[in-house]
Design a protein around this ligand. Structure first.
Ligand code: FE2
Length: 316
């Protein structure tokens, strides 16, 4: 169901069109001219506008132009209903930013079809915009955390890309890939609680420092649990340091008891860590690191996942 604004000066046609749209489940607001339609638009912010071209006081072109000047009207779908004699003007309507037009007399099924298509596209675009903005905010957050760690610059985004590749190769369902997209970015979010002196310490850590460092997994999970739309990312933060043989942290889970998010992250995280320079070691070549990962399959890593991971590097 959507809220539709209908501007039409012909009373009979307006009432008829209104009824058809209502029967299709929409809420319909009507106006007999462009001026009243514009006022209604500002008051009610409809999802779509259906408008006649020739109307008194303010015609359809002016209405379209005025709506497009408003920040909240830039992307609202706009459908013109025009008389056959106004056919030449349709090009003008297109240039002004109309999304579609129907010639009178039009078939009501045609109108419903046009309305449905426009609304669907609008919903898809809105969903995409929100998702994109959401991801950008997460990237910003991940980069802020990473900035504290001098040796891991670029790490989170590289890990995210590689994690996505592996997730696709493992044929994870789309919804899980969507969670993976931000879960991989946020796997180390708990490092916000790790002191910089420990993060950037060259050489070995004391037993106490190791404990503090390891706490970034549980701290990350606690941070993500507080945000309803990020909660799905908890397993990435919590389990990415678990080991297949049960020797990892924080839970010491083994084998398939480790959630798949953790098993996947463990491989890509270690791959990126070993191929890049860190405070405690020099980066190694890709073939060298793949060899290490293969050697540690069944010990640190899920052997089946490792097999798929290696297939991502056919040339190495
Ligand atoms: Fe980590």
């Amino acid at each position: 169901m959507a809220r539709i604004l209908l501007a039409e000066d012909n009373d009979v046609l307006r009432e008829m069109t209104k009824t058809v749209l209502q029967l299709d489940g929409h809420e319909v607001l009507t106006a007999p001219d462009g001026d009243q339609a514009l006022k209604l638009f500002q008051q009610t912010l409809p999802d779509l506008i259906v408008s006649d071209i020739g109307m008194p006081v303010m015609d359809g072109y002016e209405l379209l132009d005025s709506v497009r000047q408003l920040p909240q009207g830039v992307a609202v779908p706009f459908l013109f209903l025009s008389a056959y004699s106004e056919r030449q003007d349709v090009r003008q309507a297109r240039n002004l930013g109309a999304d579609d037009y129907l010639f009178k007399p039009f078939d009501m099924r045609e109108l419903l079809e046009a309305v449905r298509t426009r609304l669907e596209r609008r919903r898809a675009a809105l969903l995409f915009d929100t998702r994109e903005a959401h991801l950008q905010t997460i990237i910003l957050l991940a980069n802020l955390i990473e900035a504290r760690d001098a040796y891991t610059r670029g790490h989170v985004e590289r890990v995210q890309q590689l994690a996505l590749k592996l997730g696709r190769a493992l044929a994870w369902p789309v919804e899980e890939l969507a969670t993976l997209e931000y879960g991989a970015l946020l796997h180390d979010v708990g490092k916000i609680t790790t002191p910089e002196a420990i993060l950037n310490k060259p050489g070995g850590l004391t037993a106490e420092e190791v404990q503090i460092m390891r706490a970034h997994t549980t701290a990350g999970a606690a941070i993500l649990r507080g945000v309803s739309h990020l909660e799905c990312a908890v397993p990435f933060a919590l389990y990415h340091h678990e080991r297949w043989d049960g020797g990892g942290y924080p839970a010491g889970l083994a084998g398939l008891k480790i959630p798949r998010e953790g098993r996947l992250m463990a491989i890509v995280d270690v791959f990126d860590a070993l191929t890049t320079d860190r405070s405690y070691h020099q980066g190694q070549s890709v073939p060298q690191v793949l060899e290490i990962i293969q050697r540690d399959a069944g010990k640190y890593f899920d052997p089946q996942m490792v097999g798929v991971f290696l297939s991502l590097f056919p040339a190495a």
